[in-house]
Every structure is written in structure tokens, then in C-alpha cells.
Design a protein around this ligand. Structure first.
Ligand code: GDP
Length: 479
């Protein structure tokens, strides 16, 4: 049968070489199969070990997930205020914090943590996040069922008595406390505090103690995957899962996140209307942060400097006779920003002027929401659609510090140009943009390492696969 091999290749391609499970019904979540068709193939080979690990995880999630006997038993024990020795099913429950980009990065980090520590990850989906993502694990759900007895958001902060570090400090637990004598759950507060990750838990001793808890509640605002790479006991496993460490978010993000058919409709309509026929797609993401506002003129000037210096778009000017039509080549520029001004000006440039190469530059911006609305579901649908649209670009230039941009280039597997943030006391940045050295997101707040020794070590100087980020000098990035 001549057609058989082709068919196999096709389905393998659809499943991204085995990254995705074959056990789903295609129509329930079209983006799972169609999204990657809008991109070039992944530049990072997938390790068969990671594929095996994911299939094993899926089996565990199905066995322990919501609606199962194991889940009911674990909830009963939690309600009874008991931790259980040798529980077969252990859980990590993710709680949301900040915007969509942050959430996608922390879900990915939490999932990586679940893979490494043999837990099942459940996500606490608030209304603003409802209906954004398809279920990633077949035959089960990753949504934390209603009625979960713990995790009152008001209690999840760094001085919560249930936090691991505080329980240690207050003598509630010790490294040698037997599992059956531990409290019913542990809270991990993995948030940025004074530019460091607040809980120093990425050490072997701590991981051994944490491993004894059936229930773990985790809240984070940071891409803490690099901290897992710095935990000695996980190092070997991680190198088998990710022979190219730089592909960690790229693979896990593409495995976990699939917009629902509703959001996919937005993405697909926009892509087919404006981007599908372009010869090259260039994405600009402009994010202005309230803690460091940059004036419109300064940001626009920086963006155009970056475009010029890095030759991201054709120069303006009269084309030579030979270039006059450039064979009808079209460059599409996709702008993601809360504001319409950058689009207006860039579109105006290419509307009013020809390009020296004769190429046509078409400029698009799907929305300009003006304000960030963490709690609006519709707003988040658009934000998610734009993250995906950006991730189909061949080149991306993005604002420093933005997790929204990190997710987009991470999915794309494309090293972005980062528009450097001006120093705190300056209005403009001398350097317009620099090329990132990695497709990994940046961890803005490194953990204090050195564990029990309480030494503070600059890991970027000791680990060959971690360096400081281009946009956040003290941040850490896998490469
Ligand atoms: P970060 O703050 O840049 O790290 O990214 P987050 O995604 O965590 O939070 C920013 C939020 O603001 C997004 O989730 C959106 O809700 C909104 N937002 C910021 N920039 C854009 C944009 O270009 N388009 C849309 N639609 N929303 C945006």
C-alpha cells in the first residue's frame, strides 16, 4: 500500500512527532492539530524520553484525576486534616496570579515540577480564564473541581502559616517528620519578592520533605522552571527530557496549551484574512508597564531604531527599476499592543512611502484594548489570540520584561529582538534592541541558592546552561 507511509507521517506530524497524545477527538479542539500548521516546523528535536514521560503522566492523571476513587479519597483525607503515608496519588494545585502570560509560564513551570516530582497538576480556573484552553490530558480533566476545601486566595501569601518555609521556621515540621505526622497540605509561595524568589525550596533536602505531602498548593508569578534545573536531584532527569535545555518551554508550552474552538476561531479568522498569504511575517509587541512608563514618542522612536538597525523591515525610499515590483512580495507586520498609536504611525509610513526593495509592507493590529483587564474573560480571549498570532511570525521584536511576549516567541521557537527598557532614572534606552540568545522565557527573580549553606551564588557563573537575561540583568534564562 503506497499511501500508508505518507498517512503515518502525516498523523505523526499532526501530533508534533508524538508530543501530543493521539487519544483525543480532533473536532473537540481544532487548534491542537491546526495551530502548528501556521508555523515553520519546530527547530528543536523532541526526545523520545520526554514523549514517554508525558504518556506516563497522562496515565497517572487519568488514574488520580477528578472524578476518580483516588481523588475522592485524597479529598476526604484533606478534609479530615490528615496527610497520608505513601499515597499513590499526589497533587499540586496551581493558583492563578497576574496576567495571562504570567499564568501560562507558571502553569508550565508547575507542570514541569509535577513531572519531576510524580504529582498530578490541577489548575484552579477562575471565570476570567474559563473557556480559554482545551483539556491537555486525555480522558480526564486538569480543572480543580469546585468545592476544593483549601486555598482561600486571601490566605495564599508569603506569611501564610501553611507555607513550607513558615512551617519550618515555626517548628511545625522538620526534615525528619514522618509523612503521617505532617499537616494535610503544604503551600508553596513561589513569588517574586525584592527581586528574588521568596521561598528557597529548590534544594534536595527541601524536595525530599515536600515529597511526603499528598497535597501541595502552589502560587507563583514567575517562570520558575530554571530553578528546577538548579535543583541537584532533578538535573539528570531534566537532561534526559530536554537534551536541548533551551526547548523546555517550547515543548511543554506546545504540549499544554491549545486554545478552545471559540478562541481558535478568532485566531484562524484573523490569520487567514491578513497573514496567511504574506511572504514574511514580522511581529512587534509593545508593552508599557505602569511601574516604568515610557512616553509614546520615546517608545516609537526606539521601535523604529530597532527596525532600522536590525533591518527588520525594508527601508523607505524610491525603488530601483529592477526592484520596482519585487515580484509582488508582501511583508506582513503584526502589532500587539494595548494602544493604537504604534500601528497608526507604522502603517502610515508604509502607506505614504515606497520601499527601496519594492516590497509591500502591510501592517495589522487585531485589537487595542487600552487597559489591562485581568478579570474580563473576553479581554483574555483576545490576549490569548494575539499571543498565538504573534507566535506565527518569522521574526519577533518585543518589549523587555513581558511574559506575554515570552510565551509568543517560546511557542514560535524564534529568538526575539528585545526592546530594552530604559534605566530607572532614564527616559530612553541608548540601546534600541538586542537579540535574545535563547528561546526560553526569563525568570525575573532568581532563587537564593546555596540551600542549607545559605550562601548566595550567582548561578549564571557556575552553570554552563544558565545565563542572565538580556532584558532583566539579574534574571536567569536557560539556553
Ligand atoms: P506581561 O504583564 O506583559 O508580563 O503579560 P501578562 O500577559 O501576564 O499580562 C498583561 C495582560 O495585559 C495580558 O494578559 C492582556 O490581558 C493585557 N495585554 C497586554 N498587552 C496586550 C496586547 O498586546 N493585546 C491584548 N489583547 N492584551 C494585552
Amino acid at each position: 500500500n503506497v499511501s500508508a507511509p505518507a498517512a503515518t507521517t502525516l498523523s505523526q506530524d499532526k501530533l508534533l512527532g508524538g508530543l501530543l497524545s493521539a487519544a483525543f477527538d480532533e473536532s473537540s479542539c481544532q487548534s491542537r492539530y491546526k495551530s502548528s500548521l501556521y508555523r515553520k516546523p519546530s527547530p528543536f528535536p523532541l526526545s523520545p524520553y520526554l514523549v514517554k514521560k508525558l504518556r506516563k503522566y497522562e496515565a497517572r492523571h487519568k488514574k488520580c484525576g477528578p472524578g476518580t476513587k483516588s481523588y475522592r479519597k485524597a479529598i476526604e483525607q484533606l478534609q479530615a486534616g490528615r496527610n497520608v503515608d505513601n499515597s499513590e496519588c499526589k497533587y499540586v494545585v496551581w493558583f492563578p496570579c497576574n496576567g495571562l502570560g504570567n499564568r501560562m509560564l507558571t502553569i508550565t513551570s508547575t507542570f514541569l515540577y509535577a513531572l519531576l516530582s510524580g504529582r498530578v497538576m490541577l489548575v484552579n480556573v477562575h471565570q476570567e480564564q474559563e473557556g480559554l484552553f482545551c483539556e491537555p490530558f486525555p480522558g480526564t480533566s486538569w480543572v480543580l473541581p469546585a468545592g476544593f476545601p483549601e486555598g482561600n486566595p486571601g490566605k495564599l501569601h508569603f506569611d501564610a502559616p501553611e507555607s513550607y518555609v513558615n512551617m519550618l521556621k515555626n517548628g511545625v515540621i522538620r526534615g525528619d517528620t514522618p509523612a503521617a505526622a505532617l499537616p494535610p497540605y503544604v503551600y508553596l509561595h513561589v513569588e517574586q519578592s525584592r527581586l528574588r524568589l521568596s521561598d528557597n525550596i529548590f534544594c534536595d533536602d527541601d524536595q525530599a520533605t515536600l515529597g511526603k505531602f499528598t497535597w501541595m498548593i502552589l502560587k507563583s508569578d514567575s517562570y520558575f522552571a530554571p530553578a528546577l534545573f538548579l535543583t541537584p536531584m532533578y538535573e539528570k532527569e531534566l537532561s534526559r527530557m530536554f537534551p536541548q535545555r533551551e526547548s523546555t518551554f517550547h515543548h511543554l508550552g506546545r504540549y499544554l496549551f491549545h486554545p478552545t474552538n471559540k478562541v481558535w476561531g478568532i485566531v484562524q479568522r484573523y490569520y487567514e484574512a491578513y497573514l496567511a498569504r504574506a511572504d514574511e511575517k514580522i511581529g512587534f509587541q509593545i508593552r508599557i508597564f505602569p511601574e516604568k512608563p515610557v512616553k509614546f514618542e520615546n517608545m516609537y522612536d526606539q521601535l523604529t531604531r530597532c527596525i532600522r538597525e536590525q533591518r527588520l523591515l525594508p527601508e523607505l525610499g524610491e525603488p530601483t527599476a529592477a526592484n520596482a515590483t519585487a515580484d509582488g512580495k508582501v511583508k506582513a507586520v503584526l502589532i500587539a499592543s494595548l494602544y493604537p498609536g504604534y500601528y497608526d504611525k507604522i502603517r502610515g509610513l508604509y502607506y505614504e512611502n515606497p520601499t527601496k526593495t519594492g516590497e509591500v509592507v502591510a501592517v495589522y493590529q487585531p485589537s487595542h484594548e487600552e487597559k489591562q483587564e485581568y478579570t474580563s474573560n473576553q479581554h483574555n480571549q483576545k490576549a490569548l489570540a494575539e499571543i498565538y498570532l504573534l507566535s506565527y511570525c518569522d521574526k519577533i521584536a518585543m518589549s523587555a520584561w513581558s511574559t506575554f511576549g515570552y510565551v509568543a516567541y517560546g511557542f514560535a521557537g524564534v529568538k526575539p529582538w528585545i526592546l530594552i527598557r530604559p534605566d530607572w532614572d532614564k527616559e530612553v534606552s541608548q540601546i534600541a534592541c538586542v537579540r535574545s540568545t535563547s528561546v526560553e522565557p526569563c525568570l525575573h527573580s532568581p532563587p537564593i541558592l546555596g540551600c542549607r549553606a545559605k550562601r548566595d551564588v550567582d548561578v549564571a557563573t557556575v552553570k554552563p546552561y544558565i545565563r542572565h537575561c538580556e532584558d532583566v540583568g539579574f534574571g536567569l534564562k536557560i539556553f
